[in-house]
Design a protein around this ligand. Structure first.
Ligand SMILES: Nc1ncnc2c1ncn2[C@@H]1O[C@H](COP(=O)(O)OP(=O)(O)OP(=O)(O)O)[C@@H](O)[C@H]1O
Ligand SMILES: O=P(O)(O)OC[C@H]1O[C@H](OP(=O)(O)OP(=O)(O)O)[C@H](O)[C@@H]1O
Ligand SMILES: O=C(O)c1cccnc1
Ligand SMILES: [Mg+2]
Length: 573
């Protein structure tokens, strides 16, 4: 039965008493705490503290470092990714502060480090850190920085692991959800049912949040409904159906009509009468005989509890010989009392075939009994669904209105990690570059500006990274866009629209210099709009066209100059 709750502003839910907003360094912080209280400065790899100590020992900890967070390859064999997790990263740095217990613990695990290092950590916060980022929910591509984090090198180094952790799964599962949405089509309702199969409680909560951003309409996860204001929806399980033995178990059989004008004193009997009547409908003749009476009892009992939202799981015994006729009998009894049943859920068997047969059954009842819109009864399907089964169902033709998807969606069965990385690109204004035999692993140096250039048809043509001080590409002005590493790959582009991709989301203590964090709904809208804007061939499932990511001519020259400078020349003998 669908339970609708109003969408609430997620930030409004988190109150001071619940550990939401707080004072930090005597300053009131307007940014809520991370959703998961486990997200604290210790949620990092030991080597970040080892490096921080070595920087500190060398007097280098305040050197100014610039790091890019990016990924190298789109997931799920696709050619796009949806960026998510920014909101949680900003919440994390807004409240970045070690407690005395955390300092003592660190001291115990790093006994060889001088005491003054821990005094430095005691004072440390992110008031000297700056974060530029692409807006959450955006469609993004390999190599383009999702976030650029700059500030004292030791402080920013400590952020690597939590930032990568907060972005990786968030972006992966949002992308997965968006792919399910694209295959299902906009007209279908998508429900996230993954909590029981998610990787632990945080996996479950994160999945619900990010699947909603990626295009799912609602979740079964009640905690996520409360935390984020995501609409909650749910049906019932096989256990409820099989817990009934027969209709005599139903003791209170009364049900008031929807307008309160009369009371039916034996709703079980009314349902039975309808069951006998529909058995005689000529166009249904032969489809079913005796239905399972324990299932009939369960449905009747559920309808008595939820007469306004009656939805039944019809596959416990036999969908067409029992579940659907039992459902219809109870739905018709409700109709007599002025209630409109919601529909059925199918959770096994051939979902295309069963949805079509169920629809025919509903339509036959509508036609024979003249009950308007009975044929439009909502059909929900679940059971190990994924992108491929949604695609197969679409190709076969089906009558499902709503899909409930769990395991494959939230575990990201198709690909378990995105592989985001956090690389140093500049130190004290000097560009740095990580070299690799594998050209896809070479990082792009310098603090950069990133733009999306749009063509005549309104689609994004490519993303371009420029040096920080280069003028921005201009509408109508031809610009040379180069593949960062392959000399022969280049194109002239005359953009019809230029979009600057990054904004400042954290500027130390300055509230004025940073962009407000959007609400969950705004982020969901960004995602939806950006997915709609993409050229369909980049988004298709089979052999999608790669989207081009390029650099300006100046940045290209600089990368290659630096590369030659940094790479040792081999000597052959
Ligand atoms: N028409 C269809 N085309 C392609 N795949 C389908 C179709 N109908 C169902 N599926 C998928 O086929 C798989 C069937 O799985 P399985 O054999 O475990 O289910 P079942 O036997 O129907 O159910 P259960 O074991 O729960 O009774 C599921 O992943 C389901 O999503
Ligand atoms: O299949 P998923 O995409 O994960 O969707 C969630 C599943 O969880 C529920 O049952 P559960 O799987 O717990 O039991 P069942 O397999 O016996 O139906 C539900 O009936 C779905 O089948
Ligand atoms: O409400 C449902 O139908 C539901 C919820 C979680 C998992 N499977 C089904
Ligand atoms: Mg199952």
């Amino acid at each position: 039965m669908p339970i609708k709750v109003p969408i609430v502003d997620d930030s409004a839910k988190i109150t001071d008493e619940e550990g939401g907003r707080s004072e930090i360094n005597g300053r009131r912080c307007s940014i809520p705490r991370p959703t998961n209280p486990m997200v604290s400065p210790l949620l990092t790899d030991l080597y970040q503290f080892s490096m921080a100590y070595a920087y500190w020992k060398a007097g280098k900890h305040l050197d100014y470092g610039v790091f890019d967070l990016f990924f190298r390859k789109n997931p799920f064999g696709g050619e796009y990714t949806v960026f998510a997790g920014l909101d949680e990263c900003i919440r994390f740095i807004a409240h970045f502060k070690f407690s005395e217990e955390e300092i003592l613990f660190l001291q115990s695990v790093m006994p060889s480090c001088e005491g003054a290092f821990f005094d430095y950590l005691r004072e440390l916060d992110c008031s000297d850190v700056k974060v530029n980022a692409i807006s959450e929910g955006s469609v993004v591509f390999p190599k383009v920085p999702l976030l650029t984090v700059e500030g004292p090198v030791a402080a920013v180094q400590l952020l690597e692991t939590p930032f990568v952790n907060l972005v990786n799964y968030a972006s992966l599962v949002t992308t997965n959800a968006s792919r399910h949405r694209i295959v299902a089509g906009k007209s279908k309702i998508l429900l996230e049912f993954g909590l029981r199969r998610a990787q632990g409680p945080d996996g479950g909560i994160s999945a619900s949040k990010y699947c909603h951003i990626g295009g799912f309409d609602a979740t079964s996860n009640v905690a996520a409904g409360r935390l984020f204001g995501i609409p909650l929806r749910g049906t019932h399980s096989h256990a409820f159906v099989s817990s009934y033995m027969n209709p005599d178990e139903i003791l209170n059989k009364t049900l008031q009509s929807s307008d309160g004008s009369f009371t039916c004193h034996d709703f079980v009997r009314l349902g039975h009468d309808w069951l006998s009547k529909i058995q005689k409908i000529s166009s249904l003749n032969g489809i079913f005989g005796e239905t399972n009476q324990s299932e009939f009892a369960a449905f009747t009992s559920y309808a008595l509890a939820f007469p306004k939202n009656f939805l039944a799981l019809v596959d416990t015994y036999d969908v067409m010989r029992s579940g659907v006729p039992n459902f219809c009998a109870v739905a018709l009894a409700l109709n007599d009392l002025g209630y409109k049943a919601t529909g059925i859920r199918l959770d096994s068997g051939d979902l295309a075939y069963l949805s079509i047969e169920s629809r025919k059954f509903f339509q036959a009842i509508e036609k024979e009994l003249g009950i308007s819109s009975f044929g439009k009864m909502m059909i929900t399907a679940s059971n190990d669904l994924n992108e491929d089964t949604l695609d197969a169902l679409k190709k076969q033709g089906h009558e499902v209105d709503c899909f409930g998807i769990g395991t494959h969606l939230v575990t990201c069965y198709g690909q378990p990690a995105l592989g985001c990385v956090f690389k140093l690109v500049e130190i004290n204004n000097k560009p740095r570059m990580k070299l690799s035999e594998d050209v896809s692993k070479v990082s792009i140096p310098c603090r950069k500006q990133c733009y999306r250039l749009y063509g005549i048809e309104g689609y994004p043509l490519l993303d371009i990274m420029t040096m920080k001080d280069e003028p921005a590409p201009k509408v109508g002005e031809r610009i040379l866009c180069r593949h960062p590493f392959i000399e022969s790959k280049r194109a002239h582009v005359v953009p019809q629209r230029v979009k600057k991709l990054m904004d400042c989301y954290w500027h130390g203590n300055s509230e004025q210099l940073r962009k407000e964090l959007p609400s969950l709904k705004e982020t969901r809208d960004v995602c939806n709009e950006q997915l709609d804007q993409m050229r369909p061939d980049h988004m298709r499932k089979l052999n999608p066209t790669p989207y081009k990511v390029s650099v300006s001519a100046s940045l290209y020259d600089f990368i290659h100059f630096l590369w030659l400078n940094e790479a040792p020349v081999g000597e052959l003998r």
